[in-house]
Design a protein around this ligand. Structure first.
Ligand SMILES: CC(C)CCC[C@@H](C)[C@H]1CC[C@H]2[C@@H]3CC=C4C[C@@H](O)CC[C@]4(C)[C@H]3CC[C@]12C
Length: 459
């Protein structure tokens, strides 16, 4: 089997692997998450009036999943792979049991899970330290998936995901291309930062390691300082897939560059595992004020805590520590508090969601509830529906257009196609709760024109 094909197996088939991890936990108070006040401009009374009569509001956050999955059932990655070698790639399908009840749009919100550091960057007056804070975020941004080595759902074409954390930030993301997958993201902090990128996800498999990385450039903008930083997060590697015990590790260097003043930049190095436990999770980085001149140093463990040292004063301070894991995390796909709330659907949130939001996806919901049979049949149904729509569009030369993102000519990288948020989700559609531009992805029916087309095809 070709390497190319092997890569595709990871995208199409619903392969999985349960990895075992050991780790020390740290104590840190939990942050508030979803709030009833989803729309700041409107009153709580109005919010509650959207609930069906007699219904009481759900708690704004949850601390466990509705179903506990037994982590002891370990499936070897190789067992899945070897059964697939002589099959046609598109025919390989591994039971939905091996998926986790999150998708890639949701998992990506981990990038801003600890958003305080961006708020601090907005307040910071020293441009070099601003760069250092953005670099620090790249050191630990993958800490939420450390114990989460299961296959997330691939979003359907047109699927969206929003997250509103009142007083902190808003997120909107959309699936732009199904295969090879392209997702667009827009994270927007209330204090004046944004983080935006188009993820053209690439999967590489070599020597027992599976690596995930974005082929396109990513950005952080600090609006009050009129600065844009180009960032390159590390690839995520899943090691020891064929022999040994698998583990997740950031795989390549990460970079930050201030586009207004490229002399200010940072480089982060994730250390490879050595013989002793001491070397695990180690990360270090340099922040340059001008070429060759180090102004700040970063160090620590990307799954535990990160320290920033000012070279001039020698002062070293802890700027990030990881939140403690919830109880029973082993039975909840290794999710952190933050992650297990991403797919939570309190009744107070339901009236605000577009019909394309991942929280409404029936197969993922069924899996979360532990109904594997339903999850499998729903997944199959949704994928069949997506295929029917694609056949119809291809035959009629209809191009798919994203709803909340527009194609964007990126002056920093003119060769590639980028997408940028067009400001119509929070600012308009969500305010008016008008979703007529969103495709119907989850309902039982095919769109009438597709239904008609399929009927003609069958004759
Ligand atoms: C062998 C297989 C089953 C292992 C699965 C590994 C998990 C941990 C991988 C699979 C796909 C990965 C995701 C793919 C894409 C993105 C978008 C990016 O902006 C942030 C990281 C994020 C969200 C990745 C997080 C880690 C991830 C969820």
């Amino acid at each position: 089997m070709l390497l190319e094909e092997l890569e595709d197996v990871f995208h199409d088939a619903h392969d999985h692997l349960v990895l075992s991890f050991t780790n020390t936990l740290l104590q840190r108070p939990q942050q508030p998450f979803h709030s009833i006040l989803q729309e700041e401009s409107k009153s709580t009374d109005y919010q509650l009036s959207l609930l069906p009569p007699g219904e009481i509001p759900d708690p704004p956050i949850r601390d466990k999943l509705p179903f506990f999955k037994d982590p002891k059932i370990k499936i070897s990655f190789w067992a899945v792979l070897k059964d697939s070698i002589h099959k046609e790639i598109s025919k390989i399908s591994v039971p939905v049991y091996f998926n986790s009840p999150l998708n890639i749009l949701q998992a990506a919100v981990q990038n801003v899970a600890y958003s305080d550091i961006y708020d601090e960057a907005v307040r910071e007056q020293d441009p070099v330290r601003r760069c250092a804070l953005i670099a620090a975020n790249l050191c630990y941004q993958q800490s939420d998936v450390e114990k989460f080595p299961s296959k997330p759902f691939n979003p359907l074409l047109g699927e969206t995901y929003e997250l509103v954390v009142p007083g902190k930030y808003k997120v909107i993301s959309e699936q732009i291309v199904h295969h090879p997958p392209v997702h667009a993201y827009h994270f927007q902090g209330d204090s004046g930062w944004t983080r935006f990128y188009t993820n053209k996800l690439k999967t590489k498999f070599a020597r027992g390691t599976l690596a995930f990385f974005n082929q396109l450039k990513e950005y952080v903008e600090l609006l009050p300082h009129n600065e844009i930083y180009q960032i390159k997060p590390s690839a995520i590697g899943i090691h020891n897939l064929i022999i040994g015990s698998p583990y997740l590790e950031p795989d390549t260097k990460a970079y930050v560059k201030n586009l207004k003043n490229p002399d200010i930049h940072a480089e982060i190095d994730f250390h490879k595992r050595g013989w002793s436990q001491e070397s695990y999770y180690k990360v270090s980085g340099n922040v340059y004020s001008s070429p060759g001149v180090i102004a700040y140093k970063l160090d620590g463990k990307w799954n535990h805590s990160i320290y920033l040292t000012d070279i001039r004063t020698g002062l070293r301070s802890c700027i990030w520590t990881k939140e403690p894991y919830p109880e029973n995390w082993e039975y909840m796909y290794g999710m952190t508090h933050f992650m297990l709330n991403l797919n939570y659907l309190p009744n107070t949130l339901r009236p605000w969601l577009p019909p394309t939001d991942t929280r409404l996806r029936p197969d993922q919901r069924a899996l979360e509830n532990g109904d594997f049979k339903m999850a499998a049949s729903e997944k199959n149904r949704l994928e069949e529906k997506q295929r029917a729509v694609r056949r119809y569009k291809e035959k009629n030369g209809i191009e798919h257009k994203p709803v909340y993102f527009d194609e964007w000519k990126n002056p920093d990288d003119p060769e590639n196609i980028y997408y940028k948020y067009n400001g119509t989700y929070f600012e308009r559609d969500r305010k008016e709760r008008k979703w007529d531009r969103c495709p119907d992805l989850f309902s039982e029916q095919l769109p009438p024109e597709v239904e008609e087309f399929e009927r003609k095809q069958k004759k």
